[in-house]
Design a protein around this ligand. Sequence first.
Ligand SMILES: *Cc1c(COP(=O)(O)O)cnc(C)c1O
Length: 397
Amino acid sequence: MDHFDDTAPLHLETLALREGQLRTDEGAHGEPIFTTSSYVFDSAAQAAARFSGDEPGNIYSRFTNPTVRSFEQRLAAMEGAERCVATASGMAAILSTVMALLEAGDEIISSRSVFGTTNVLFEKYLQKFGIKTTFVSLTDMGQWEAAITSKTKLLFLETPSNPLCEVANVVHLAELAHNHGALLVVDNCFCTPALQRPLEFGADIALHSATKFLDGQGRCIGGAVCGRNELMEEVFGFLRSAGPTMSPFNAWVFLKGLETLSLRMQAHSANALRLADWLEQHVAVEKVFYAGLPSHPQHLLAREQQSAFGGVLSFRVKGGREQAWGVIDDTRFLSITGNLGDAKTTITHPATTTHGRLSDEAKAEAGISENLIRVAVGLEHIDDIKADLARGLNKLI
Ligand SMILES: *Cc1c(COP(=O)(O)O)cnc(C)c1O
């Protein structure tokens, strides 16, 4: 007879289906969507108690909504966080975090290899409110250490990075942050908790653009911030006052996305690894960037931090812009778009789209060359994806 420890915590796959499940008296098996802006009270006294905070409960959907709460509870459990706060977008998650936890005079150290709009938010907008950001190389610990000052309050990074798949050592960066009284925030968009849980490695906050893999089918914009109660209470407070909350309909779509997240991330990763292997052998390809390849400089670190390597890779073709565009234009079904994290494979020329705003100098520093192509590998049959790319690549031989 098999013996199971029924006090053991549930596994991520089970939490993804069961945590935060909403059951109403109607007995619906699917989660209901609470499309309501406000909530009614049994009496004037109850209304007063809710508003004063003496009685917990719903008041208004800018603060709380049962469908949104269900998504928050599920994602928090999957990230191993005490609490999750859902937001209207990934950018709203980042904005809410910095607005809640920082003030004028504080400083951020951010990896240079972050989502382009994150760069703009830090450099253009936070600057206006007296928060300075220093950008450093994701993988160069010396640069992070050198950038720390007595005003540093927050270290910010994405790992693996976009589009070159560099991997940061989260344990080392968490230690550095904590030794200086700062917080480490990891944008966990590329791996999702199905492959990587930054809080287990010492990060204080894991945040998301739910728009990408959490939804997984390109339907909705949303975001989330996960961490300990004391920090999330501040983030929630900002959200309640400023308003970039997640809609209940989007929360319901993301709940459904979480149910299949683990399966999808494994399938994305398996397809991406096979594509990376194949590209590495192709004579028209100069270099492949994917942490799953043994040739990747942080391959061993990625194996420690991640259970698989994710769906995004990039590669340089032999030649320049003309050759890269040729490969992209010769595909028949890959989607030419800047987005990623979709069941459908997407293909992007970073130098002229997602990273097009960077100066030539900044592009060179970040490795965004004209012959670089990014592929966010989807769930089509791997041989069809290869064939779609082979059409253009074979012309370069
Ligand atoms: C897309 C993305 C964001 C921004 O998310 P939105 O939902 O588009 O606001 C932030 N970080 C990363 C890594 C992303 O890919």
